[in-house]
Design a protein around this ligand. Structure first.
Ligand SMILES: [Zn+2]
Ligand SMILES: [Zn+2]
Length: 260
């Protein structure tokens, strides 16, 4: 943050697991935005500051392309002096994730398919070993092969089943690729905070909505490409519509009429 703004980030040790966990022991009830704001508020309460910064990630099948895993990272700043909340997000479709149920009695010893480990980005990215249901015998944050074997043995012993589930540990401190995506979201937020509303000078001037419908350059039909961005202020009602480059016309490959 200090590269863009005159702000220093101080970490606060608070337990955010009550707001939801990736491994599913606690289900997240709020939207990602609400959860990020709640996390920021936990930090503000613990530190007694009026500014709070927090992130929240959502990882799962993409809405429009379900065969892709989307990692949506959100970073929010809560400013109680100005009474505003400003956030930015970043999405990535290439993060390493893997999950598989392994029948230990059917494999030779405790060998794990190397393809699975590769897809998970192991050992740089952590793994979780857990039983198929419940959390008895779960081990998280596994980063080496011996540890993985021990965790599988433990899970088998404590759950009483020969089948264990191996899955990515998606917590950011065990997933370096997520941290890169979070850093990109934080950079966008810092850039946004550095932009002031042209009307009231409040920080955080940035895109609030995008409108699709950029015209085809051949037949002028509306496409799904973004035609304009609506810049909004976090504090006052001032808004400005800014056309994108695509508003002048896009390649007919995106056109529902020229390329149905
Ligand atoms: Zn067309
Ligand atoms: Zn304003």
């Amino acid at each position: 943050m200090s590269r863009f703004l005159d702000l220093d980030v101080v970490t606060v040790d608070v337990d955010t697991d009550s707001l939801g966990t990736f491994a599913g022991e606690v289900e997240r009830v709020g939207t990602p935005w609400e959860t990020a704001v709640a996390k920021a508020r936990l930090g503000m309460e613990a530190s007694g500051r009026t500014l709070g910064l927090a992130t929240e990630g959502s990882i799962g099948p993409d809405d429009t392309m379900p065969f892709l895993v989307a990692d949506l990272e959100l970073v929010v700043l809560v400013d109680d002096e100005r009474g505003i909340v400003i956030g930015e997000g970043e999405v990535d479709y290439g993060i390493p994730t893997a999950a598989a149920d392994v029948d230990i009695s059917a494999t030779s010893g405790l060998g794990v398919d190397s393809g699975l480990l590769e897809r998970a980005g192991f050992p740089a990215h952590g793994l979780i070993v857990r039983p198929l249901s419940g959390i008895v015998g779960i081990t998280k944050g596994i980063h080496d092969a011996d540890e993985l074997r021990r965790a599988m043995e433990r899970c088998m012993r404590e759950s009483g089943s020969n089948v264990v589930r191996i899955e990515s540990d998606l917590r950011a401190h065990h997933h370096p690729t997520r941290r890169v995506v979070i850093a990109r979201a934080a950079e966008r937020l810092a850039e946004r905070l550095a932009r002031l509303c042209p009307s009231c000078r409040c920080p955080g001037w940035g895109v609030g909505r995008r409108s699709r419908g950029a015209p085809c350059s051949v037949c002028r039909s509306a496409t799904r490409i973004v035609r304009s961005e609506q810049f909004v202020c976090a504090s006052c009602p001032h808004e400005e519509e800014v056309p994108t480059d695509a508003a002048a016309g896009v390649d007919p490959q995106y056109c529902p009429r020229c390329n149905p």
